[in-house]
Design a binder for this molecule. Structure first.
Ligand code: FAD
Length: 527
């Protein structure tokens, strides 16, 4: 076939762009087609009120692989990431917890709540450490596919070797972490809620599950696999917002000759004789390519972009049953004052404003928040994660003003009694504002403007089915060689020449670039 492009990437999220950059770097003719007016998908920066810009969806970075930053020369393409240290938990009207990453400081802080938990934390971290190394190694390797070729056999052998390198005790702990709930893992090592909270939050982050759901212990561990500027376990803020990451990757791709078209929605992936031949755009244009890499989530790709006849019914049913929902409601605020927390007063920049901010007073608060959702309601007292990037980055707001990101949960995609998010968005946004205001009473009056993205908005505007921030739940049957399906593992699909390159494939969500990297490497084998 005389195709116009070697590869077309459907979707210009940061993973699609990563694929494009690696393919272009290898000398391939690449076209990225993004349906929105800008690239980045869930890693974008947008003006949400006149003069105020902020990350629209994702708001902190930790998973982006140093190897990708280096190989794509992202610093040269404008990316600077500032490491953020503090985690501030508003616990009540008069108590808070501040973790700074300084060992002595954090031990004293935890020691206020339990005489035993510093030792418990040490034991838990020691237990998790070899498991983290195991998963970090696996993240950068593609999982074996179901094709069963020599590469798959070699990859299984590598998995086996990695398992054998673990001690007998570590293998036992690994089996536990993969199957048990975060709640029982934490109870095994810690007694105070406060010592548990940072880990408990990680376990439910982007995950529509309770702390007591089996396999959430793995999500807890996954949350620890971050690294910024050589500091492991750290998170950071890209200067210019999360869009700066996508823009830098886009620039790296374009500098190697990749073409990027925005406002170009793909309607269908074209297939002839079991092999991909190109795509059809919403406006009817056909573009041919030898390979197509889909950055759209697995449901959109297999059930939306491919004609039914190209996939067997069992596979389609499995993809239909693939769980996509993360219960996230995302808001951005333009503020004329920093929040003045009752438990940590002050409107001048202080440690409580400099890093991650959590309205998460107790472990039961998480359980109650989840219980509300069982009957199709949102949490009446939502868990709030916030960050104020303008404290570190004056490019986002006018002088003296601030922008704040809030991600709140749990907000189910489907509400009871046929209610639509279009009717409930404002009510839910008010509930989030009220919750934050209860801890920082100047908050509501300091709001100049805000925007609100319900799960429906995340689905409609950002293409995230079910509003799922990670293109699929972190559950054992949706991980590794089963993400999103054994017949579509490791970026492969049942269609020759069609690859998955987004967060719906191994190792999952977050701004990491890894799925995009794996997909490009795989596609290059046949291009
Ligand atoms: C509210 C929210 C908060 C988050 N917070 C964080 C965080 O703080 N840190 C973190 O690491 N991660 C966070 N995440 C998760 C992270 O942002 C995502 O997992 C990640 O960005 C997914 O990247 P991706 O490139 O695989 O897919 P996406 O970013 O979803 O990109 C897919 C792209 O494909 C496009 N597309 C889809 N269909 C078509 C089509 N038919 N034609 C053309 N284009 C199409 C979409 O428009 C989109 O641009 C958050 C996500 C959300 C939504």
């Amino acid at each position: 076939m005389n195709a116009t492009y070697d590869a077309i990437i459907v979707g210009g999220g940061h993973n699609g762009l990563t694929s494009a950059a690696y393919l272009a770097r290898a000398g391939k003719r690449v076209l990225v087609l993004e349906k929105r007016h800008i690239v980045g998908g869930a890693s974008a920066t947008e003006e949400f009120a006149p003069g105020f810009r902020n990350s629209s969806c994702s708001f902190v970075v930790g998973y982006l692989r140093p190897q990708i930053i280096e190989e794509l020369e992202l610093a040269k393409h404008g990316l600077t990431i500032k490491h953020i240290e503090n985690e501030f938990f508003a616990l009540s009207d008069n108590d808070s917890m501040l973790l700074t990453g300084d060992e002595l400081h954090d031990e004293q802080e935890i020691g206020r709540f339990s005489a035993r938990d510093n030792a418990g934390l040490e034991r838990m971290r020691t237990m998790l450490s070899p498991l983290s190394d195991f998963f970090a190694r696996r993240m950068l390797r593609p999982p074996p596919t179901s094709k069963g070729g020599w590469r798959d056999k070699l990859e299984w052998a590598r998995v086996g070797l990695d398992l054998m390198r673990l001690s007998r005790e570590d293998r036992y702990r690994l089996a536990q972490v993969m199957t048990q709930s975060a709640g029982s893992l934490l109870d095994r090592y810690l007694e105070s809620d406060q010592a548990k909270l940072p880990y408990a939050f990680g376990a439910i982050s982007g995950n529509m599950n309770d702390l007591d759901t089996p396999t959430t212990a793995y999500r807890l561990l996954h949350g620890q696999l971050c690294e910024i500027n050589g500091i492991s376990g750290a998170w950071g803020l890209p200067m210019g917002g999360m869009g700066a990451i996508s823009d830098a990757i886009c620039s790296a791709a374009e500098s190697r000759g990749a073409e990027v078209r925005t406002s170009a929605a793909v309607r269908r992936v074209l297939v002839e004789g079991g092999h991909v031949t190109g795509v059809e755009l919403e406006d009817g244009e056909h573009i041919s390519a030898r390979a197509v890499l889909s950055n759209a989530d697995p449901k959109r790709t297999f059930l939306g972009l491919l004609d039914e006849e190209h996939l067997n019914e069992g596979f389609r049913q499995d993809i239909n049953a693939y769980r996509m929902e993360s219960g996230t409601f995302r808001m951005n605020f333009a503020l004329n004052s920093l929040p003045n927390f009752t438990c940590k007063p002050g409107v001048e920049i202080g440690p409580q404003h400099e890093g991650m901010i959590y309205i998460l007073p107790s472990i039961d608060y998480i359980r109650e928040a989840f219980n509300d959702t069982r009957m199709g309601n949102w949490s009446s007292s939502p868990i709030i994660e916030a960050v104020i990037p303008s404290v570190h980055d004056d490019s986002l707001a006018p002088a003296g003003k601030h922008v704040m990101s809030i991600s709140a949960r749990y907000f189910p995609r489907h509400l009871s009694n046929g209610r639509s998010w279009d009717d409930c968005r404002d009510e839910a946004a008010n509930c989030i504002i009220d919750t934050f205001n209860a801890y920082a009473p100047n908050f509501r009056s300091s709001i100049i403007a805000h925007n609100a993205l319900s799960p429906l908005d995340l689905e409609r505007e950002y293409g995230l089915t079910g509003g799922d921030v990670a293109h699929g739940q972190y559950e054992l049957n949706q991980l590794f060689t089963m993400r999103p399906h054994p017949d579509a593992a490791g970026c492969t699909t049942p269609i020759e020449g069609l690859y998955l390159c987004g967060a719906g494939t191994h190792p999952g969500g977050g701004v990491s670039g890894i799925p995009g990297y794996h997909a490009a490497k795989l596609a290059l084998r046949s291009l």
